[in-house]
Ligand binder design. Structure first.
Ligand SMILES: CC(C)(COP(=O)(O)OP(=O)(O)OC[C@H]1O[C@@H](n2cnc3c(N)ncnc32)[C@H](O)[C@@H]1OP(=O)(O)O)[C@@H](O)C(=O)NCCC(=O)NCCS
Length: 196
């Protein structure tokens, strides 16, 4: 199978992208957007198609996706009103609080990668690397000077992948009090300078 990457999400692929995101990040997003069916639907309905890059198999199936934050918008949108409409006023408040904890605001000149997910059956074949290259091409086009990402500190394999692609760890943020709620207690921030 050959894999190609492209900017944006193909039209009609919203549910597939939401499925990939949930498969990869359901543990992390579950507290804020769960249960799974509701969370996947919320993601599918609030995707910003121009804030992602995708990997496609020969037959056009989306096998990987990577999102990014730029100019105040990321791959998964949905404002406070959308969260309340889906989850209700009271439950919505708690979810908004958790989503705020996951929020990553880019600094000036920075493109923040929002999460990268490859189909579990297709991992280890270079698709993650292809998506990273596509993200880098977006950063160059947008005139960004660096790419930032935050990765769960225990996710050593993903960190190794980022290091092979030129990212360097610059800080570790520990929030052990959030471990029971979000499922992780520390994130590593990594940077890669963008050649212009
Ligand atoms: C991380 C991820 C996107 C890598 O995609 P990929 O297509 O497997 O990446 P590549 O084939 O280009 O590179 C493979 C490398 O990815 C890393 N990797 C991380 N998790 C992996 C997994 N579950 N399976 C295979 N490789 C994984 C390893 O460094 C691996 O190299 P190794 O085989 O020498 O250990 C993918 O494993 C995934 O979707 N994981 C779940 C979501 C996640 O953890 N995202 C990153 C946090 S933001």
């Amino acid at each position: 199978m050959t894999t190609t990457t492209r900017r944006g999400l193909p039209r009609g692929a919203e549910e597939r992208v939401a499925e990939l995101y949930w498969e990869a990040f359901g543990g992390k997003l579950g507290a804020a957007l769960g249960p799974a069916g509701t969370g996947r639907r919320f993601i599918a309905e609030h995707l910003n198609a121009d804030r992602g890059v995708t990997a496609l198999s020969d037959d056009g199936r989306v096998v990987g996706v990577a999102g990014f934050q730029l100019a105040g918008r990321g791959l998964v949108g949905g404002d406070a009103a959308a969260v309340r409409a889906t989850y209700g006023q009271v439950r919505g408040m708690w979810r908004l609080f958790l989503l705020a904890l996951l929020e990553r605001t880019p600094a000036r000149g920075e493109l923040v990668m929002d999460g990268i997910a490859v189909d579990a059956g297709e991992r280890g074949r270079g698709i993650g690397g292809l998506l990273l290259r596509e993200i880098e091409a977006v950063a160059v086009e947008q005139g960004c000077r660096r790419i930032r990402l935050d990765v769960v500190a225990e996710n050593r394999r993903a960190q190794a992948l980022y290091e092979r692609h030129g990212f360097r760890a610059v800080a570790v943020h520990r929030t052990p009090w959030l471990r029971d709620v979000l499922g992780f207690g520390a994130v590593t921030t990594m940077h890669k300078a963008v050649a212009r």
